[in-house]
Ligand binder design. Structure first.
Ligand code: CS2
Ligand code: MN
Length: 357
């Protein structure tokens, strides 16, 4: 596996490359151009600048999270072809600068959803958390306001103000899109971009829906083992693969992450490992990566990756805000760096015990 760290760029992140390169075992960062709206081409020049900057710190940039998919593609509107062509151009441009994996998601309207971006835990740390009842009672406009209000002035990918201004219109358009239609719209997209991904040697890795169930009546399909299998079959190519995010899928206790890892094996190109604490009523708080702090068994997850001989990219996912850090919710330095130390520790132990060292 190749240990990486998500970084939003020097103008849009409180964490610096200088800090990231000092994390033990780190090989590179997962990058993004946060200011390019979904549907527009990422220019060669901007990609080159980013890669050169990251490389100058001795770090690789081989994974992009995300190249976001324009809403018209998810909706299946006739205007989608133009955006699909742009997506292909972006892939071609990325491939010229050594990008190997592109993570994306196919969630209608909203990306990740939380009801609190800074819930205080007993130890004084703060985390992102989700309460179903609040979502049920909330107007979607209020959710957008709350999330954007909690961003501390940093961009929150998936929550771009321009796009979300048209919320009512978007909800109207999704009235005709059920889960099967969303699968068809994903098929249409994959059938067109996977040949380009193959040519460019870029593995596409769809990210699960967060949380993995319907919110505000909008369809969500990247939610469980059966659907992940169905997605991989839409276009049966190794270039049509997965980002397996333990914290997203794990919010549904019926999802067995270790089993998914063993099942999907080398179709997993990118691993997001994080823990969450699920409450008896199904609500959840994010937690530190440690198994005993949450509801997921991170040892079992790392063991499953080891068992399949995972060679892909991995990153710790959201961390808590600790030690007085002031950063983008979920994306501070300290707790994610602790997460890396823990994941590397598990890996070394699993590896040496298996080999009888
Ligand atoms: C989430 C998502 O996994 C995560 O950290 O915050 O925003 C994720 O990056 C996207 O859904 C991937 O497209
Ligand atoms: Mn994730």
């Amino acid at each position: 596996m190749k240990m990486t760290f998500r970084w939003f760029g020097s103008k849009d992140d409180t964490v610096t490359l200088d800090q990231i390169r000092q994390i033990p075992g780190i090989t590179g960062v997962v990058g993004m151009l946060t200011d390019i709206p979904a549907g527009e081409v990422w220019s060669e020049e901007r990609i080159r600048e980013l890669v050169v900057e990251v490389n100058s710190y001795g770090l690789e940039l081989e994974v992009i999270e995300s190249v976001n998919v324009h809403e018209d593609i998810k909706l299946g509107l006739s205007t989608r072809d133009k955006y699909i062509e742009n997506y292909k151009k972006t892939l071609k441009n990325l491939s010229k600068y050594g990008i190997k994996v592109v993570c994306y998601n196919f969630m209608p309207v909203f990306d990740w959803t939380r009801t609190d971006l800074a819930k205080e835990l007993e130890d004084g740390s703060t985390v992102l958390s989700y309460e179903q009842k609040l979502i049920e009672e909330m107007d979607p406009d209020k959710l957008v306001e709350d999330i954007q209000g909690g961003s501390k002035g940093l961009s929150l990918p998936g929550w771009e103000p321009e796009r979300l201004k048209k919320l009512k219109e978007l909800f109207q358009l999704y009235r005709d899109v059920d889960e099967d239609q969303l699968f068809e719209n994903l098929r249409y997209f994959l059938e067109r971009i996977i040949p380009t991904a193959e040519e460019c040697d870029i593995k596409m890795a769809i990210h699960p829906d967060d949380p993995p169930w319907t919110i505000f009546g909008l369809p969500r399909i990247v939610t469980n083992k059966e659907n992940l299998g169905r997605i991989l079959k839409l276009v049966d190519s190794p270039y049509n693969g997965l980002t397996l995010c333990s914290g997203c899928l794990g919010a549904n206790p019926n999802n067995d992450i270790a089993d998914m890892i063993r099942t999907f094996g080398d179709r997993i190109h990118f691993a997001h490992v994080r823990n969450i604490k699920i409450h008896p009523n199904g609500d959840f708080d994010e937690s530190s990566h440690l198994s005993s702090d949450g509801s997921l068994d991170i040892f079992e997850i790392m063991k499953a990756y080891h068992d399949i001989g995972f060679k892909g990219y991995i990153r710790p996912d959201h961390g808590r805000m600790i030690w007085g850090e002031d950063a983008r919710p979920g994306y501070g330095l300290y707790d994610r760096a602790l997460g890396i130390a823990y994941l590397n520790g598990l890996w070394e132990a699993i590896d040496k015990m298996k080999r009888g060292v």
